[in-house]
Structure formats: structure tokens, C-alpha cells
Design a protein around this ligand. Structure first.
Ligand code: PLP
Length: 387
């Protein structure tokens, strides 16, 4: 069994960077309540504000547009609010239009679960804007305005969504928009402003920061969801509870590093593309889900007919490679990927997907080694197809 595990599952998470770890430890060593007005409290508050400034710099927004949360799941739950406070007016949400490929934390609808309508995607995984427009055209305003949730990049396929166009549409219909940008941070350039949505969620542990930190970005201090957690007035009343200062300090550092890597490190795109060429040569019936669409440069969802994806993930792990499957295992039950199903794959095919997602520092050597085990794992698990 291999000792070293090569992470080819960056979309699930990457290890913490050295600088982020140092920031976490430094903040932990001087732990104090950031709401306290004494010296130690002010120091902790300072740590929070340094991290806020870093995020503001990365997303090209101002400090007061950032609400720290425990992660992107909480940020989505905060954003998906039954009522949006727009200036002095409370505007009820009549229906939540959710793309059929959202991460489960958005797909489930948060506080709008009863009012979810799914927006279909095309076979390439890109949201069907014509269908969205038809749905908005038929929106019943009697219960409230429309609210759109559309991710910037899909966690399973890497497919990039036309968020600016979609949010413009929903604005034309008097609604609000939320974007889950978790997978796009550090992988493709974007600014909050260019997305045009009212809210954006981001997460720390996908970009080299610690677990347990994330943020909801607000386009305007005047457009706010109803708080999910009430109590103390932390985060300008939008997220009560003492902030996780250490995790947030690490998040701030990691966000700046992610931007630095994006601007200065070679893209993983060439490696991902060569991986796909080699996989096609070794496994000619493999299909790359979303391969025809614009994708994140690090992600490949390989659908291999007849390959039991869950078993393959375990086999790759034993060979020293962390990848993941398109199927989700929760409560001991394996269910087919809702993303692949939404793209028109059959239930059987949706259980044949292996997601390979490269961290920014993946090497050619990692890919070569992975390709060596690819053939043996796939042939072993598909004996009828082995050459
Ligand atoms: N959104 C996307 C696209 C994700 O990939 C993830 C994590 O897998 C999340 C949201 C949830 O993020 P967190 O773990 O910070 O709650």
C-alpha cells in the first residue's frame, strides 16, 4: 500500500497552507473575545479586520460587504432568506429558482425549501437561460418576488455558469440573486461586482485555509437577508455568535494566497487536458461530463461505462490517490449524482463518474503516476472491457 496520498480531490478540499496555519496558531495563542473592548479583545478584533480587509481585496469589494460565517453552507443558509430587507422595505420571496446542479447546501433551498423550483441545465451542464426566462415570465408575484440561486462553477464537473447573464435576467423581473462561488475562488478570475448578484458565498477550506470559516458577501449594505442566528450583534447583526477568529485569520491569509497563485502559478489546465487525452487513449469509451462547456481548469468528471465509481475511489485510494465519485454517500446509502442526472445521464451512468480535481501545485509526475494506476484499476473493475 502506498504511504503518500496524492490529492487529486481538490474540489473536496486542499491541505492548509503554511502561512494560513501560522495565522491560525498566532490567533489561537492570543485568543480573546473580539467583541471585548479591552486590549486582548481589540487584538482579536484586529485579526478579524485584517482578514476582512484581505477578502475585500481579493473580491474587490469593501470591508462592510463581508459577513463571516462557519463556512459556505451557513453562508447559503443565511442568503436563502424568506424575506430580503431592501433599504427600509422587507420584500418577501415568492419562489426560489435553483439550478438543478447546485451543491446540496443550496439545492436543498435553505429557508426557502418549500418554494424551490429547479432550473434545468443543458446536456453540457450549463444552465438553460431560455428555460429560466420562461420560468421568470410565469412567476406569480402574489407571494413575493423571484430569487435565483446559481453557482459560478460546479463542484462535480467544473462547468462555469453564466452568472452575470442569469442575474441580469432575474433583476429584469424584479428579483434577487445568490451565487455560490466556492469552487471558483483561486481557479478562475472574477470580481463580486462582475457577477451582478446580491449575495456570494465563499469557503476557506477549498483554498488552503482551515475548516470552519466562510463568508457571505453582500453587494450592498442596504440589501440584507434575515439573520439566521440572532443574539449578539456580531457581523453587523447578520450573524450572531462569537466569531471563529483563528479560522477566519487563516481564511484571510489563504484567500490572498489563492489570488496570488491564480495570478502567478501556471494553470492546471494543460495538465488536466493532457490527463483527459491519456485517459481517452487508455479508456476510449470514457466521457468527460461537461467537457464541451467552459470549465474550471482543474476539474475532470470522467464517466466510465460499467465502472462502479465508489469501488474505484477506494481502489485509487489504496494505490495512493485521492479522487472522488460523482455519487454521494450519505447515511450509508449511495445515491447517483444529481448533477449527472440533471445533465441527462442515466442513473446507471451517474454511478460511473470519477471526479479528478487538481490542486494548483499538481505536478506532471503526479499525473503520470496516476495514469499508471488508472488502467489497472479500471481494467480490474471492468473485467469484461479489459484489453
Ligand atoms: N458549495 C460548493 C460548490 C461546494 O463544493 C461546497 C463544499 O463541498 C460547499 C458549497 C459547502 O462549503 P462548506 O464546506 O464551507 O460549508
Amino acid at each position: 500500500m502506498a504511504n503518500r496520498i496524492v490529492n487529486l480531490d481538490a474540489n473536496a478540499g486542499v491541505s492548509m497552507s503554511d502561512l494560513a496555519r501560522e495565522a491560525v496558531i498566532r490567533a489561537m495563542d492570543r485568543q480573546a473575545n473580539p467583541s471585548s473592548i479591552h486590549g486582548p479583545g481589540r487584538t482579536a478584533h484586529g485579526e478579524l479586520e485584517v482578514a476582512r480587509e484581505s477578502l475585500a481585496c481579493v473580491f474587490d469589494c469593501s470591508n462592510d460587504q463581508i459577513v463571516f460565517t462557519s463556512g459556505a453552507t451557513e453562508a447559503a443558509a443565511l442568503a436563502l432568506s424568506p424575506c430580503i430587507l431592501d433599504g427600509e422595505t422587507g420584500r418577501n420571496i415568492g419562489k426560489l429558482y435553483v439550478s438543478a446542479v447546485e451543491h446540496p447546501c443550496v439545492y436543498s433551498g435553505g429557508r426557502l425549501a418549500e418554494r424551490v423550483e429547479f432550473v434545468p441545465v443543458r446536456s453540457d451542464g450549463v444552465v438553460d437561460l431560455a428555460a429560466l426566462e420562461r420560468m421568470l415570465g410565469a412567476h406569480d408575484y402574489s407571494a413575493g418576488v423571484p430569487f435565483l440561486a446559481l453557482m459560478l462553477a460546479n463542484n462535480e464537473t467544473g462547468v462555469v455558469q453564466p452568472v452575470p447573464e442569469a442575474s441580469r435576467l432575474v433583476k429584469d423581473y424584479g428579483g434577487y440573486a445568490f451565487c455560490d462561488a466556492v469552487q471558483a475562488v483561486g481557479r478562475i478570475p472574477f470580481t463580486f461586482d462582475a457577477l451582478g448578484t446580491d449575495f456570494v458565498s465563499v469557503s476557506s477550506h477549498k483554498i488552503g485555509g482551515p475548516h470552519g470559516a466562510g463568508a457571505l458577501l453582500l453587494a450592498s449594505a442596504d440589501i440584507r437577508p434575515l439573520p439566521l442566528l440572532t443574539g449578539g450583534g456580531q457581523e453587523r447583526g447578520l450573524r450572531a455568535g462569537t466569531e471563529n477568529v483563528a479560522a477566519i485569520a487563516g481564511f484571510g491569509v489563504a484567500a490572498k494566497e489563492a489570488l496570488h497563485h491564480l495570478e502567478n502559478s501556471p494553470s492546471t489546465e494543460a495538465l488536466r487536458d493532457s490527463l483527459e487525452v491519456e485517459i481517452t487513449a487508455l479508456t476510449p469509451d470514457a466521457v468527460f461530463a461537461g467537457g464541451a462547456a467552459e470549465r474550471l481548469p482543474n476539474t475532470s468528471m470522467v464517466v466510465v461505462p460499467g465502472l462502479p465509481a465508489e469501488t474505484a475511489v477506494i481502489a485509487f485510494d489504496l494505490e495512493g490517490f485521492a479522487v472522488s465519485s460523482g455519487s454521494a454517500c450519505s447515511s450509508g446509502k449511495v445515491s447517483a449524482s444529481h448533477v449527472l442526472l440533471a445533465m441527462g445521464y442515466s442513473t446507471e451512468r451517474a454511478g460511473n463518474g470519477i471526479r479528478i480535481s487538481l490542486p494548483f501545485d499538481t505536478t506532471e509526475g503526479d499525473i503520470e503516476e496516476f495514469l499508471k494506476v488508472w488502467r489497472s484499476v479500471v481494467d480490474r473493475l471492468r473485467p469484461d472491457k479489459a484489453a
